[in-house]
Design a protein around this ligand. Structure first.
Ligand code: SF4
Length: 719
């Protein structure tokens, strides 16, 4: 369908004009509220308390969601919201990684708030149009498109009565339709999803960015937790934002020169060290694939193993050759890390777009693993094609790959068979059948629909139907809180087990990644050390989501002298960059690296109490599947028998000699499960929580987050 044809189909349902004011020190202090049930559009002021305690981004999204929902609001109730916000630093162009947005909603997968961060243009463009956050409530009774016109200062809702939904087409056509000419395309940001989002619980959102060099619309994903499913349930086809252009100092920061100075320093580090450090500019995050394989950390066959002899086929050098080199691949203006790599002119071999040449955004590391080794598939063409289809169909590649691993493990163990899968032979490594499962989901057919429910719901369904041993299903189902694990093997890192299963939203590595500190470098040997790391790093990383920042420039390149600093894992010079930039944007001089952590701690504890308000957020919800902690099967134990036997003898103090493999699995399991419980105790203590994982009132007072509505939820849970 052409843009002209599409435009003729749109029917205006509502238009609303607003007064635009320039930003002031990173903020507009305005909320754009839409109710799609009634087509109400209005502007609300950000209350001073909200700005002070919740800062922006994830904080704003959570606060609005708390106010708008009841404790028992379901994901598909009209009052559930999708809130998208960048943050005060979001949208500056003088430092790398400053264009992120955070999307927040009640998740269809977890029944608690999900926060998912994403690059692309929309978040900064929303700010430049006059709003710190968009709050979308209600459900449309027909397919709609929302248009935020930051040029003429109006917001419009259009009926969009056509079938087209897949993101790679919709993003392209809507960009063309709303741009005045080719040059204007860089002023359009589109949020969309795809066909599979509306037929599953694992839908994600695509945020577009216009690649002027390639003259193509490209996509970045808010992947985790099913927000794309909520988007389709509200019958939103797309949200489009248009601005007059990006130039100079649109954030109206207080001290632009201070930001530019840090930006220049960082850019020099990228020029000097990227090639010898992470190679982000040539490989993106996929540089991790072989490193993870070397350290036995690359999820393989549903997280059974951490490496594989065929992993050389998905080595980062293989992907480097597939990625177009020498083009600026920043997903926001001014990002010198430039890691948004892409495969150009990829000819699709399957599915509805078979035979077409497309650009594939990625694969990133998580996709190379999830749609590769975790399914026992070591074929980059499968991974690239599945990456494309997950994106355009609107589902998360991490989630889908962990689902695929689980389904294949069930098939290999006889829990699933041809009759139950509708004829699909889902052995590890079967790329053709795996691809067909994905297309089935997008068509809303067969076993694809069951897979689209996610690992937790499948586990429950299979148990109820008597398919397989419930305990075994529990052990191999790589989910916590209803969210699928992201792509690192945590068996040998107790701290990372906590970093995954103690998260607020479910096991996603954006909260804590401690494997190297813990397992490889042995820098945090005691429970107290691990607890300190599981306090500092989740809080530090939360801060990026309050500000509109990308985490990657923090530690994917390091200053020359970083190893000689007191705390190299924290990258102190970069922390100082962020403190400087925050002060330079907002003019808030009462800020340092300690207040940075406190800002996050307020929002982090708020989110924990939000979970508790909804009946979750307690110790039992931080339990992990045993496969995240140790070997479930004799096959797994035998594959690393030397390591496990040595640990049994030297650490547990039991002689493995003469013991059966089942006995050894049981001894190892008892030890590891006890250690995890001890870790929970230590971390809760450090975080100021009770033994049941509930924030203590005295702790909330200490961090300035003792809001009456929070105290009300936790006051009888203090023991
Ligand atoms: S580092 Fe990569 S993901 Fe982050 S903003 Fe830059 S290009 Fe985007």
């Amino acid at each position: 369908m052409e843009a002209v044809e599409l435009k003729q189909k749109h029917k205006l349902l509502k238009t609303w004009d607003y007064n635009w004011n320039p930003l002031d020190r990173g903020y507009t202090d305005k909320i754009l509220y839409l109710n799609l049930s009634t087509n109400e559009i209005k502007e609300k002021n950000v209350p001073p308390m909200m700005k002070e305690k919740f800062v922006g981004g994830r904080g704003y999204g959570l606060k609005l969601l708390w106010d708008a929902t009841k404790p028992d609001t379901k994901w598909n109730d009209p009052e559930n919201e999708i809130n998208i916000s960048s943050g005060p630093i979001g949208g500056i162009t003088q430092y790398s990684g400053t264009g992120k947005s955070i999307c927040v909603s009640i998740s269809p997968q977890t029944d608690i708030p999900i926060d998912s961060n994403v690059g692309g243009f929309f978040g900064p463009f929303l700010k430049f149009s006059g709003f710190d956050v968009i709050e979308i409530q209600g459900k449309a009774d027909r397919e709609v498109i929302v248009f935020i016109d930051g040029v003429n200062h109006k917001v419009e809702i259009y009926e969009a009565p056509y079938d087209l939904v897949d993101s790679h087409i919709l993003g392209e056509i809507l960009t063309e339709m709303y741009a005045d000419d080719e040059k204007d395309k860089k002023n359009i940001g589109v949020v969309s999803t795809g066909a599979a989002a509306g037929k599953s619980l694992i839908g994600m959102l695509n945020f577009s960015f216009y690649d002027s060099k390639r003259k193509l619309v490209r996509l970045k994903q808010a992947g985790r937790g099913g927000i794309g499913t909520v988007f389709r349930d509200k019958k939103i086809k797309a949200i489009v934002c248009k601005i007059p252009g990006v130039k100079g100092n649109l954030n109206n920061v207080v001290d632009l020169e201070a930001i530019m100075e840090r930006g220049r320093r960082f850019n020099k580090e990228m020029r000097d060290f990227d090639d010898s450090q992470a190679q982000m500019r040539s490989k993106g995050t996929v540089h991790l694939t072989n490193i993870m394989n070397d350290y036995d950390l690359l999820p393989t066959c549903n997280f059974k193993y951490g490496n594989h002899p065929d992993a050389y086929r998905i080595h980062s050098d293989v992907y480097k050759e597939r990625f177009t080199q020498g083009v600026p691949d920043g997903c926001w203006i001014g990002c010198n890390m430039s890691c948004a790599k892409g495969v150009d002119n990829y000819m699709l071999r399957t599915g509805p777009y078979k035979g077409q040449n497309v650009i594939v955004d990625g694969p990133e590391y998580e996709t190379a693993s999830s749609l590769g080794s975790n399914a026992g598939i070591f074929n980059p063409d499968f991974t690239i094609e599945a990456n494309f289809y997950c994106d355009t169909y609107g589902i998360c590649t991490i989630t889908w790959g962990t689902i695929l691993g689980f389904v294949m493990d069930c098939y290999e163990n006889g829990i699933l068979n041809d009759e139950r899968t509708g004829g699909l032979k889902l052995n590890f490594g079967n790329a053709d059948e795996a691809m067909e499962l994905l297309h089935q989901l997008a068509r809303g057919e067969g076993f694809g629909l069951i897979a689209g429910l996610g690992v937790r719901k499948m586990k429950e369904m299979f148990s109820e139907r008597g398919w397989g041993d419930p305990q075994f299903l529990q052990d191999i189902a790589m989910e916590n809180k209803g969210l699928e694990y992201s792509q690192y093997v945590s068996k040998e890192s107790l701290a990372q087990q906590g970093g995954y299963a103690m998260t607020n939203k479910g096991p996603q590595h954006d909260e804590a990644w401690l494997i190297f500190m813990d397992m490889v470098n042995n820098q945090i040997p005691t429970f107290e050390d691990k607890a300190e790391a599981l306090h500092y790093f989740p809080m530090f990383r939360t801060w990026f989501g309050l500000q509109g920042l990308c985490k990657l420039p923090w530690n994917d390149v390091e200053p020359a002298n970083n190893a000689e600093t007191d705390e190299p894992a924290k990258v102190p010079e970069h922390v100082d960059n962020y403190v400087t930039i925050y002060k330079a944007v907002t003019g808030n001089t009462n800020f340092d690296k300690y207040e940075l952590i406190r800002q996050s701690e307020r929002v982090y504890n708020f989110q924990r109490i939000f979970n508790i308000r909804r009946g979750y957020g307690l110790r039992k919800h931080d339990a992990q599947p045993y496969r995240a902690a140790g070997p479930v099967t004799p096959e797994e134990y035998a594959s690393r028998a030397e390591r496990y036997d040595k640990q049994m003898k030297e650490i547990i103090g039991v002689d493995p000699e003469g013991k059966s493999i089942e006995e050894k699995i049981a001894i190892t399991r008892k030890y590891r499960e006890e250690r995890y419980e001890q870790l929970l105790d230590a971390v809760y203590l450090r975080r100021g929580w009770t033994k049941n994982g509930v924030p203590k009132i005295e702790h909330l007072k200490k961090i300035g987050m003792d809001l009456p509505e929070l105290i009300e939820i936790i006051k009888d849970k203090q023991e």
